[in-house]
Design a protein around this ligand. Structure first.
Ligand code: SAM
Length: 226
């Protein structure tokens, strides 16, 4: 990945991570990708944020937002929505390149007047959430799961930026392990983001779902027994 680490390669094939003035950026051929929370700002404003399906799905009855784990953080956009809604969010990401871009995006957000409050509630945990979740020293009230869904990779409509991200993300091979790890963290609620018509994660039927135009949030509730 470093500029000086590879010499006999197809330039267009192997992505390269570079620190640019705008932030840590991944380049591949004519595509580039950078974690950028500034484009999310309009969605974070009062009036918009409460209408976000994820924010609605995350709500726990009779409770203000507390601590959440985003077990599949990616570039952190869903985590940012939760943090802006008041959740303290621990973000797990196991891909080292995505995790590096996410870390850099959080760092830049922490210095941005409109993002710094939410960014101050976002904490990155680099690694596999199947190992991290069962070993947490605290009990998150909420776990968010959004593993890559195989169908998503075939869409011809994906943005150029998303095309590069999809080169890095592999479809989830262990849905059962991910769900088991989320349950092992003993949360009150698990929210699972799925394509509108996608099957349930690991075949687990949710208690209810919140549906948008293209996305469905499957919610497992009242999970904590004491
Ligand atoms: C579809 S993306 C999530 C997008 C994210 N919700 C957002 O708002 O940007 C899935 C991400 O989860 C990561 N991931 C998948 N399984 C994981 C695991 N077991 N532990 C940590 N990260 C995982 C992938 O590397 C990928 O970046």
């Amino acid at each position: 990945m470093a500029e000086n680490s590879v010499d006999n390669r197809e330039e267009a094939e192997i992505p390269e991570l570079r620190m640019e003035p705008e932030g840590l950026t991944l380049f591949s051929g004519d595509l580039s990708l950078r974690g950028d929370f500034t484009r999310m700002i309009p969605r974070l404003r009062k009036g918009s944020l409460e209408r976000e399906f994820l924010v609605k799905a995350a709500r726990i009855r009779n409770q203000a937002p507390t601590v959440a784990v985003d077990a599949t953080a990616g570039l952190g956009e869903d985590s940012l929505l939760l943090a802006a809604a008041g959740w303290t969010v621990y973000l797990c990401e196991f891909d080292p390149v995505i995790a590096a871009m996410l870390e850099d995006a959080i760092r830049r957000a922490a210095a941005h007047p409109e993002l710094k409050e939410a960014a101050g509630r976002m904490f990155l945990l680099k690694g596999d959430s199947r190992e991290i979740l069962p070993a947490l020293s605290f009990r998150p009230d909420l776990v968010l799961l959004d593993p890559m869904f195989p169908g998503r990779q075939k869409s011809g409509l994906v943005r150029k930026k998303a095309q590069l991200l999809q080169k890095l993300e592999k479809p989830c091979e262990d849905e059962k392990g991910l769900l088991q790890a989320a349950l092992a963290a003993d949360p009150v609620k698990i929210v699972i983001k799925r394509p509108l018509k996608g099957p349930f994660l690991a075949g687990r039927k949710p208690d209810y779902s919140i549906t948008g135009k293209t996305i469905r949030y499957d919610c497992l509730v009242n999970l904590r027994k004491e």
